[in-house]
Design a protein around this ligand. Sequence first.
Ligand SMILES: Cc1ncc(COP(=O)(O)O)c(C=O)c1O
Length: 460
Amino acid sequence: MHMASIPKFSTRLNFNQPLRAVENHAQITCSALAHGLLTSSNNHMTKTSHVLRLIDQTEEGLSNTGKFGRFGGVFVPETLVTCLDKLAAEFNFILRDSQFQSELAVALRDYVGRETPLYFAERLTDYYKNSKGEGPDIYLKREDLNHDGAHKMNNAIAQAMLAKRMGRKSVVAATGAGQHGVATAAACAKLSLDCSIFMGNVDEERQSSNVLRMKHLGARVKSVEGTFKDATSEAIRDWVGDLDNSYYLAGTAVGPHPCPSMVREFQSVIGKETRKQAIEKWGGKPDVLVACVGSGSNALGMFHEFVRDEEVRLIGVEAAGTGIDSGKHSATLSKGDIGVYHGAMSYLLQDDEGQIIGPHSIGVGLEYPGVSPELSFLKDIGRAEIYTVTDEEALHAYAVLCRLEGIFPALEAAHALAYLGKLCPALPNGTKVVVNCSGRGDKDADRVFKYQQQMGLATF
Ligand SMILES: Cc1ncc(COP(=O)(O)O)c(C=O)c1O
């Protein structure tokens, strides 16, 4: 295990006895499974009960420990601890506060536009049928139809409401693809909160339409040398300078507790709706859920509701960039080692000295060297399956969805769609597959065309 270069604000290790107990259990169980000590004949039930027990243990201890097995926690300086404790207390309060919950339900319905459809992608289903005309039924959870065009709004509006409740006057956030920045800027406009969004100069160029949208919405866009990871560090530094008035609005399920749990909770509406819509449409559960993994919020938003339904496969798709062995990828769960970054422990892209390796993906929102501690945990205990697709495969999937269904997927979501090419041939006829279409791809249209030309893939 390496400890990645710890950012300036990340100095405190917060282990205590109960945490170690959970951590040790997780390690023993995982290593027993990995070494085949739990044989595969009594196997399914044995494995099942272990996995569920680990999930239950984690959920029970979460509000106290912020730990998902050995991942997560609070690795921050003392000055931030009180602030995070206060945030955790407020978060726990609003979870049970019927007034907040009913205001949030109205905002999700009337402002965000929920529920989003569970759309049967008929032509995509046909496209992936085999020569006998058999294959899975493919459905898309249309998070691209949310106000502002991505799942990010589910979380941004809820946290902006929380910030307002806590009496904060200003909000600070970091964005990569710009979708979280736009969602935060919009939520702040609606709730009359001052808004600053930090963004890497490399990303500003790649996602320029979203920079303009943020500015139209009244946000200050603060340019930072680099990409999303650098913008995140700067946004947190800015927040630390004014803890009493300012609220750091985390856009994904990373960072110190309670950020990962909070973002996952506000995104879990995706999975809850999916369960209800699946019952309405085919009278059962989905068999397979597929989501792209940048840092983990859209994947967890869809998976969380089904984490105890072990017959439902949870598939996370990471960016293999120019190739999983090329060194230019964002496949943190597939290729990373465990370390501490931005206040929590998770898998990380790091070198032998623990220095962060810059991630790469054609999907700007997938470029982050860390990943959600909860997904790290679900991968470790064998509950979530993690695969990768390359830039080129994602570009192809973008074109396929445009041409067959008339839907632009965000390049991030195109990674989840691209995995269908590998998944579908292995599935029985009629298997119900739900892909999280996490955002819309208007922001990527010009870059896709440029890449298609460069790679000789242009289709028009
Ligand atoms: C449309 C879309 N999907 C997915 C992601 C990846 O983030 P996460 O893994 O937190 O869902 C982003 C990030 O910006 C995004 O904009």
